[in-house]
Design a protein around this ligand. Structure first.
Ligand code: NAD
Length: 335
């Protein structure tokens, strides 16, 4: 593989977990080249802007970015740099795996291995039609679902299933009540599913999905759903399997994809070597899947699991006495 990726080291614990992640990736001899670019507070200090044009150009050119968390200072123009990146590159698919890991404090130490594919650009989050009546008694909001938006997210979910050898896609909706928006999503999903006879497809109403996830999460493989439902469900799933330190996410568009940890910059532990690098490492594994290197992605995940099983050099959030780099070195030694 010869591939250049844009690397954003980010703010807070960002540089620490990125150095650890690149150490592990380097140990895999993947042939990846890194192009470093700034965003967030560090970019504001160096270049006077939070999201410099050079960073956008780098992502546009390389089409793949690995990104640490960023601080968006209050009152600096953007509500969130991450949301801005999603908009700039039309990153329509938010992809969040949730997998049980050994020796973590979680509800399910075994049996969960699912991916939530959330539509990232439509639904209740378009920011249109938000209004409050003059007397402050009535609020309204517009939701928008399009056939095109639904089709591309559902197709993404089925293609992901094929590419990663997953067997089932669950379409999550509320078409019984939200007949127009969820109805169009479900109808479109059925049409796409018919093109993938090799992948099992079922439909589930969102409230039942939440209960089923808590009771029997092992029944799920890939979940595909609209923006608001996906936002809630993906956090629920992260909570099932051990929370922030182990939750990666990807934002995928037709022309670019950005891979990251779900957690933030953790200012309370920044600069102390305490940060768990696993979420960003798992984001890097998603990146390898995306690049078609599924076997290498699996090797990386297996090395993380083996290190957790051995309780070797784990960071304090996992009950260990190691640090960010010792944990990364323990993982690299098991690749
Ligand atoms: P946070 O995720 O940074 O921290 C929440 C708690 O989890 C803290 O106690 C922290 O120490 C801990 N934690 C987080 N990641 C960890 C890791 N890898 N290892 C060990 N412990 C970890 O959330 P927050 O405090 O709400 O946000 C802090 C900052 O991060 C804010 O400026 C916010 O805007 C930003 N943020 C950025 C992103 C992103 O860039 N993707 C996402 C969320 C928050």
């Amino acid at each position: 593989m010869t591939q250049t990726i844009t690397v954003i080291r980010g703010d807070g614990i960002g540089p620490e977990i990125m150095d650890a992640t690149l150490h592990v990736l380097d140990s895999m001899n993947l042939g990846l080249q890194y192009e470093f670019a700034d965003a967030g507070l560090v970019a504001l200090e160096k270049h006077g802007e939070l999201l410099p044009q050079a960073t956008l150009d780098s992502i546009r050119k390389n089409r793949i970015a690995l990104k640490s968390p960023l601080t968006t200072p209050v009152g600096e123009g953007f509500s969130s740099i991450n949301v801005e990146l999603r908009k700039r590159f039309d990153l329509y698919a938010n992809v969040r795996p949730a997998k049980s890991f050994p020796n973590t404090k979680s509800r399910f130490a075994d049996g969960v291995d699912l991916i939530t594919v959330r539509e990232n650009t439509e639904g209740a989050y378009i920011g249109e039609g938000q209004a409050l009546s003059e007397d402050g008694e009535t609020a309204v909001l517009t939701q928008k679902v399009t056939r095109r938006g639904s089709e591309r997210i559902v197709r993404y979910a089925f293609e992901l299933a094929r590419r990663t050898g997953r067997k089932k896609v669950t379409v999550v909706h509320k078409a019984n009540i939200l007949k127009s928006t969820s109805g169009l999503f479900l109808k479109t999903a059925r049409a796409v599913a018919a093109e993938y006879p090799d992948i099992e497809c079922n439909e589930m109403i969102v409230d039942n999905t939440c209960m089923q996830l808590v009771m029997r999460p092992e029944q799920f493989d890939i979940i595909v759903t609209t923006n608001l439902f996906g936002d809630i469900i993906s956090d629920l799933c992260a909570g099932l399997v051990g929370g922030l330190g182990l939750a990666p996410g990807a934002n995928i568009g037709a022309d670019a994809a950005i891979f990251e940890a779900v957690h933030g910059t953790a200012p309370d532990i920044a600069g102390q070597g305490k940060a768990n690098p696993c979420a960003l490492l798992l984001g890097a594994a998603q990146m390898l899947d995306h690049l078609g290197e599924c076997e290498k992605a699996e090797r990386l995940r297996a090395a993380i699991v083996a290190t957790l099983e051995a309780k070797d050099s784990l960071t304090p959030d996992l009950g260990g006495t190691g640090n960010t780099m010792s944990f990364a070195k323990a993982i690299a030694s098991r690749i």
